[in-house]
Design a protein around this ligand. Structure first.
Ligand SMILES: Cc1ncc(COP(=O)(O)O)c(C=O)c1O
Length: 274
C-alpha cells in the first residue's frame, strides 16, 4: 500500500511524507488510539457512517475525547488523493502525553496489490489461541491501534505456511481473524460467531447479513466450536479492504470454493457501487 494523501485536524491536507504526530503521542508510546479502515469505491468511502458510528464507541473504552470532524477530514484527504479505488484509514490519537488534545488523521492509500490474486487462489487459515472477553478493559470489539497481537498472529500463520489466522477461545469456540470476520456454510445456512463473544462488529459482516437473504442464504450467529467450521461445505472471511475471501484450507482440512462467497462478493460490490 502506498500512502497517497494525509489530512490532519487543525491543519488540513499535508504532504504524505510530513510528520504529523509528536514523539510523545500516546498512540506511539502506548498503542492507545482508535482507528477505522474503509474501502473507497469510485472515489466514495463505503459505509462511512457505519464506520464512524463504530469508531465513536472506541474512544470511550480508550478514554480519549471524541472530536468528530472525520467526514470533513476524509473528504479533504480523498480529494487530495484523487483515487477511485483506495483504502481510507481514520485515526483518533490522545495526542501528546497528558495534553488532553486529541489528534485526528485521515490517510488515503492505494489498495494492497495482491488482493485479487489472493481471492482467486483462496486462503489457507490456521487456528490460533486468541482471547476475547466481555471484560471492557480487555478491549474486545474495540478497534484500537494495540493491534500488535493481531499482526503477530498473521506473522505466525505465515511462518506455519498459511495465509492468515483464525482466533479460537481456549474452549475451542471460533472468534474472528486478526483483521477479519469468519464464516462457514452448511446447506443454505451461513454460520458466523456472534458479537457477544467480544469480537469486532465488522461493517462488512453487517453487509453480509443484509445481503444474504436475497442471495438465498439464512444466517446463524452463535458460539460454535472449531469442529463445526471444519465440518462445513464452504468457508470465507470478510473485511472492508479484503472484502469476501474464500477459504481453501483450515488447519489442513481442504475446502471447495463455494457459491456463497462468490454471490456475497458480488452483492458487496453491487452495494458499494450503487
Ligand atoms: C479484529 C477484526 N475483526 C473483524 C474485522 C472486519 O471488520 P470490517 O468488516 O468492518 O472491516 C476487522 C477489520 O479490520 C478487525 O480488525
Amino acid at each position: 500500500m502506498t500512502l497517497l494523501a494525509v489530512a490532519v485536524s487543525g491543519r488540513g491536507v499535508v504532504p504524505p511524507d510530513e510528520p504529523v504526530v509528536q514523539a510523545d503521542d500516546e498512540a506511539l508510546l502506548r498503542g492507545r488510539a482508535a482507528f477505522e479502515t474503509l474501502r473507497v469505491y469510485g472515489g466514495r468511502p463505503f459505509r462511512l457512517a457505519d464506520h464512524l458510528a463504530r469508531m465513536r464507541l472506541s474512544p470511550h473504552s480508550l478514554d480519549i475525547a471524541w472530536t468528530g470532524g472525520f467526514e470533513a477530514l476524509a473528504e479533504e484527504a480523498l480529494a487530495a488523493a484523487g483515487a477511485e479505488d483506495a483504502v481510507l484509514r481514520l485515526y483518533l490519537t490522545p495526542g501528546r502525553e497528558r495534553s488532553g488534545r486529541p489528534v485526528s488523521l485521515a490517510l488515503v492509500s492505494s489498495l494492497p496489490d495482491d488482493l485479487e490474486e489472493r481471492r482467486g487462489r483462496g486462503l489457507k487459515l490456521i487456528s490460533l489461541l486468541g482471547v476475547r472477553a466481555e471484560a471492557p478493559w480487555l478491549l474486545g470489539g474495540v478497534k484500537s491501534t494495540s493491534y500488535a497481537v493481531n499482526m503477530a498472529a498473521e506473522t505466525e500463520a505465515r511462518a506455519r505456511g498459511a495465509d492468515d489466522a483464525v482466533f479460537v477461545r481456549d474452549d475451542g469456540v471460533v472468534l474472528e481473524g486478526p483483521v477479519t470476520n469468519v464464516w462457514w456454510r452448511r446447506g443454505t445456512t451461513l454460520y458466523t460467531p456472534s458479537l457477544d463473544l467480544g469480537i469486532l462488529a465488522g461493517v462488512t459482516r453487517a453487509v453480509m447479513i443484509e445481503a444474504a437473504p436475497a442471495a438465498g442464504y439464512e444466517i446463524a450467529e452463535g458460539a460454535y466450536p472449531l469442529a463445526d467450521a471444519l465440518g462445513a461445505e464452504e468457508a470465507f472471511t470478510t473485511s472492508s479492504v479484503r472484502e469476501v475471501m474464500p477459504v481453501v484450507e483450515l488447519d489442513g482440512r481442504a475446502f471447495e470454493r463455494g457459491p456463497a462467497a462468490a454471490a456475497l462478493q458480488q452483492a458487496l460490490r453491487e452495494e458499494a457501487m450503487r
